[in-house]
Ligand binder design. Sequence first.
Ligand SMILES: NC(=O)c1ccc[n+]([C@@H]2O[C@H](COP(=O)([O-])OP(=O)(O)OC[C@H]3O[C@@H](n4cnc5c(N)ncnc54)[C@H](OP(=O)(O)O)[C@@H]3O)[C@@H](O)[C@H]2O)c1
Length: 347
Amino acid sequence: MRADLALVGFGNVGRRFVTLLAERRTCLQRDYDLDCRIVGISTRRHRAAFSTGGLDVAAAFDCVSAGRLLPDGDRPVNTAADVIDALGTSDAPLRVLIETTPLTIADGQPAIAHIEAAIDAGCHAITANKGPAAFAYRQLSERARAAGVSFLFEGAVMDGVPIFNLVREAMPAIAIRGFRGVVNSTTNYILSALEDGEEFAPALGAMQAAGIAEADPSLDVDGWDAAAKTAALANVLMAADLNPRGVDRTGIGPETADRARSARARGNRLRLVATASRSISGAIQATVGPVELASDDLLASLRGPANALVLHTDLLGDVAIHQLGGDLTMTAYALMSDLIALRRTAA
Ligand SMILES: NC(=O)c1ccc[n+]([C@@H]2O[C@H](COP(=O)([O-])OP(=O)(O)OC[C@H]3O[C@@H](n4cnc5c(N)ncnc54)[C@H](OP(=O)(O)O)[C@@H]3O)[C@@H](O)[C@H]2O)c1
């Protein structure tokens, strides 16, 4: 089955996704009867391109890597909206928007508008951006259902570790009563470094140099990234109606060093913990902030970029998902696994 893909966002994740598709081309064709073509690309600074027969992805890759404009396709397009409209006219049985623009913490835009446009054009939408599930999960999933398409976002939390797919596919009829976890690698690395006696600024610098910190690192250290992930998890797994501003949030800074070191001196660990729980009234409370944990707590054992999420379930007790490290390949894999999920449900 042919899948025509339009990439809105062609940065680190978008580019790794296209190389991963090429690496797994044989597997996708042989095991899933999936033949993918990149027909459209939209960026902020390198303009946009669309070609009905498929773009020359290697040329696009080289242009963007070298800071040049994308080469023209066979159809004039200027914006993400143009590219999505053009995707909607494709005759491929699977038409999919791959959305990888950066998170805007104020309102989740423009990613939400890109996904709405794809759904309205009869295309499936896959994103690694946390914004859509954190700000508009209910609205987007209902819109997609009404249009007979899918809205998937496995890469939005813990890279390629299949949290949403795990609950959706492997935990039927289970209620998630709450969760607690460490879901931001940059702050976990910094807290580990602070308790080892290192300073805040060089620890943050190491995460920036490794490409793990957000482009605006205040999103990490002020707890916004974790709050967006918490809202997304609560919305999807617990049917909450939260956005990141509804999460009770405390970040970390250079002044956190004393707390991290004194916790360590007591044999404990300070970690940025994300939680969600349902009160007796049914309301969902969500928090993000530094918490001193006993050393035998699973979350206390997480060092450096490691993440973990403990789901409190009604039938399986506590289920923990532990990620030792994350990278671009894992996020690109999340996009590819969502694409395979679409193929499995396509007629
Ligand atoms: N990097 C990771 O390891 C990771 C892990 C999990 C999730 N994510 C999420 O994945 C998304 C992408 O991350 P990234 O690291 O690939 O970011 P990135 O390298 O900054 O790339 C972002 C891309 O989006 C484009 N863009 C920005 N605004 C746009 C607009 N209005 N219309 C069209 N294109 C636009 C940029 O174009 P220009 O290059 O022209 O500016 C760039 O191509 C983010 O939401 C991030 O939070 C990333």
